[in-house]
Design a protein around this ligand. Structure first.
Ligand SMILES: Cc1ncc(COP(=O)(O)O)c(C=O)c1O
Ligand SMILES: N[C@@H](CCOP(=O)(O)O)C(=O)O
Length: 469
């Protein structure tokens, strides 16, 4: 399997190079040359297998050559042994034919652990084989950062620099990043939004001198390996609910579009997905795009689901690439328009193709809080605010009642105790391994929203730079 850039001007790479590259050198995102297919019989054979075993079969065609089955299988066993649930990502029914897919049983209580626990091991393996090191630079609205820090802390071959928007993540999210004292971990508060942090990361990748000097690697969902690892739970849940013999729909709380893109990839591979629904909070740029045909940045508003407070939705570029029949020139034009004017309009046929695959809806702050309170009162189930956005949208969508509808639950409610308590009067407790989180000392520099300051900080603290000096 080879990987090509959505902007068509970067070298084509094998999986392990795409894994270390993060952003393509032309500013685009890597995608496979073609999506591998799983025949209905192959999908049926996933039934009854453990999460790690299903992952082995779904991931294998993407990594061919780079990770032999004898290497990948133990890596997957080890990665998912860090999860606190025997099913890794269990399904819980909350209404007739509506299920919550709990993706938050990993070490940092969010769906990011599913991919990051594997990514950490894969990168370490490739770096060890090459006797190389890397400097990971990532942006987070709260969850990617802690998952990346947990996956890479203490690793000799990687330094991790995570940029998060100061004051715009929950206290639990911040502390999960800032209380880790391993020398290779740097959680940096930036006086800006997540979109600013993500733009800074992309600027650093596009500075080829800096990128090469520090051997930059990315762990955001710009990294294709993140998407691949997330494809697995669509198959795992789909098969548990009757695929390939019956279709399944998914409703996904969405920000950077990585999670729902993984569902789209699962569908391209052959999983019978009836509908994929994008659920947004008040930062509803994607829902507006599907409704109006115009992608238009209007300014991020802080919400009770802060991890989705995103307007520049990175992975939408991968969907645009497919929807424009893989015309890299068209994607370059749209992205140039976004950079210049904060907006773009996909071609009519592309928009029609997107609308044919996806539904979209938004839930405002009052709807999100009311959903947490009502679902708790009616079913006893406690939703985190991100999952509540998706449940609220699921309830509003037109949906075939015979098709199972799976709402992806992306975070544990205890990551957002203030929002949950405000909504339903109940303060969820952190699991035992994080019980003393609020007492642990924090370590986090605050930097201005300025690329020069961020570049200088990373250069001054990256071990690769120090060793080269
Ligand atoms: C808890 C939570 N839910 C939903 C999302 C949105 O996922 P994505 O950015 O892949 O669309 C995020 C951030 O990525 C998140 O952390
Ligand atoms: N919501 C994310 C934002 C970054 O998304 P990613 O999937 O591209 O890493 C977060 O919690 O950091």
């Amino acid at each position: 399997m080879r990987y090509i850039s959505t902007r068509g001007e970067a070298p084509t790479l094998a999986f392990s190079d795409a894994l270390l590259a993060g952003l393509a050198r032309d500013g685009g995102l890597y995608v496979p040359e073609a999506y591998p297919a799983l025949a209905p019989a192959d999908i049926a054979r996933l039934a009854g297998h453990s999460y790690a075993e299903v992952a082995g079969r779904v991931i294998a065609p993407f990594v061919d050559g780079a990770f032999a089955p004898a290497v990948l299988a133990p890596m997957l066993e080890e990665a998912y042994a860090t999860f606190r649930h025997v099913a890794t990502t269990p399904l819980v029914q909350i209404a007739p034919n509506r299920f919550v897919l709990e993706l938050f049983h990993g070490p940092t209580l969010a769906f990011k652990d599913v991919a990051m626990q594997l990514l950490g091991r894969m990168m370490d393996h490739v770096l060890t084989e090459r006797d190389a090191r890397a400097t990971i630079v990532g942006a987070t609205s709260g969850d990617t950062g802690s998952a990346a820090i947990e996956a890479f802390r203490g690793r000799a071959r990687t330094d991790v620099f995570i940029l998060y928007p100061a004051g715009r993540v929950s206290e639990v999210q911040r502390r999960q990043m800032t209380t880790v004292d391993d020398a290779n971990v740097h959680a940096i508060a930036v006086e800006g939004t997540f979109d600013d942090c993500q733009a800074h990361v992309k600027t650093l990748f596009n500075d080829h001198g800096f990128r090469d000097r520090l051997a930059l690697a990315g762990v955001n969902s710009i990294n294709w390996a993140r998407i691949v690892a997330q494809v697995v739970y669509y198959f795992y849940a789909g098969v548990a609910l009757g695929a390939p013999h019956r279709p399944v729909s998914f409703v996904v709380p969405t920000g950077n579009f990585g999670d729902i893109l993984a569902g789209y990839v699962a569908k391209q591979m052959g999983l019978p997905v009836a509908r994929l629904a994008i659920a947004t909070n008040v930062n509803d740029i994607l829902a507006r795009t599907l409704a109006t045909g115009r992608y238009e940045v209007t300014g991020v508003k802080p919400s009770s689901s802060p991890s989705m407070d995103i307007e520049v939705s990175s992975n939408f570029e991968r969907l645009l690439f497919d929807a424009h029949d893989r015309d890299a020139g068209a994607v370059r034009g749209l992205m140039a328009s976004l950079a210049q004017s904060g907006s773009f309009s996909p071609r009519n046929e592309a928009l029609a193709a997107i609308r044919a695959e996806f539904d979209a809806g938004r839930a405002d702050e009052a709807e999100t809080a009311a959903t947490i309170a009502r679902v708790r009162a009616e079913t006893g189930y406690l939703l985190d605010p991100h999952t509540a956005v998706a449940v609220a949208v699921a309830e509003k969508l037109k949906h075939d009642p015979k098709v199972p509808q799976v709402v992806l639950s992306t975070a544990h409610p205890a990551k957002f105790p203030d929002a949950v308590e405000k909504a339903c009067g109940e303060r969820p407790a952190l699991p035992p391994h994080l019980a003393d989180l609020m007492e642990r000392p924090e370590r986090t520099p605050t930097l201005p929203n300025d690329i020069a300051a961020i570049r200088a900080y990373i250069e001054a603290h990256a071990r690769i730079a120090a060793d080269a000096a």
